[in-house]
Design a protein around this ligand. Structure first.
Ligand code: ADP
Ligand code: MG
Ligand code: MG
Length: 209
């Protein structure tokens, strides 16, 4: 069975639900090492994406995901809007003209999205950012696909790795974004963006088939 636009619509709607449910939690994490707006930022951004889904239909996955990315860039301020916007823009662009969309193609798109995050944010592993969830998620995804896993199994492996990466941000000293202003005082707190990124991968594991 080939993945259609509806799979990605389902993913984005599910992410919006997860961000809405976890808005208070994400903002609480951001209040410890940032400016207490990450939950509101993510919720506002993905509600805007849902509004777009409600009023438009899309002929292809790349068109849909690029629109989602542009919506996030325009509706979410701060660091996370451009970073997640770029993620979905690049993810969508990587799927342009790709048919069928295989687990390998999703892997290529995930890598393209994360490379976009790095191009914009210049984070390195261990900087206590969303990249510390994405990097292990990509590694786990690639290993699962190389081992013959189907999309659902590969995304489940990626989600488990993202959660471990997220938990691994707790002892880190922040070196990027607002949390870096705290220096050593950022130690002992979980990174909000690594937390929201894990929600996105967990949602993909639930919805993308
Ligand atoms: P702001 O810090 O502008 O208020 P948010 O609170 O929405 O934006 O997002 C903060 C999150 O963005 C951080 O927890 C971190 O994961 C992520 N982040 C910040 N700067 C960078 C960067 N340069 N590269 C990758 N991720 C980053
Ligand atoms: Mg913030
Ligand atoms: Mg802010």
């Amino acid at each position: 069975m080939s993945m259609g636009v509806e799979s990605f619509v389902g993913w984005l709607r599910d992410v919006a639900g997860a961000m809405h449910e976890n808005a208070g939690y994400l903002t609480e994490l951001d209040s410890a090492i940032g400016d207490a707006d990450h939950g509101a930022n993510m919720d506002r951004g993905f509600q805007a994406v849902v509004a777009v889904l409600d009023e438009s239909s899309f002929g292809s996955a790349d068109e849909l995901l690029k629109k989602a990315g542009m919506t996030l860039v325009s509706k979410v301020g701060g660091a996370s809007g451009p970073l997640y916007g770029t993620f979905f823009l690049r993810f969508g662009t990587a799927l342009a003209g790709v048919d069928p969309i295989t687990p390998e193609a999703i892997g290529t798109a995930l890598h393209a999205g994360v490379e976009g995050v790095l191009a914009r944010g210049k984070a390195e592993l261990g900087d206590k950012t969303m990249y510390d969830a994405w990097a292990p998620a990509l590694d786990a995804y690639d290993a699962a696909v190389a081992g013959g896993a189907d999309l659902g199994a590969a995304l489940t492996a990626a989600a488990e790795a993202a959660a471990k990466g997220r938990d691994g941000t707790v002892p880190m000293v922040a070196r990027k974004g607002r949390a870096s202003y705290l220096g050593e005082r950022s130690v002992g707190h979980q990174d909000p963006g690594a937390t929201s990124s894990t929600l996105i991968v967990e949602s993909a594991a639930r919805t993308l088939r």
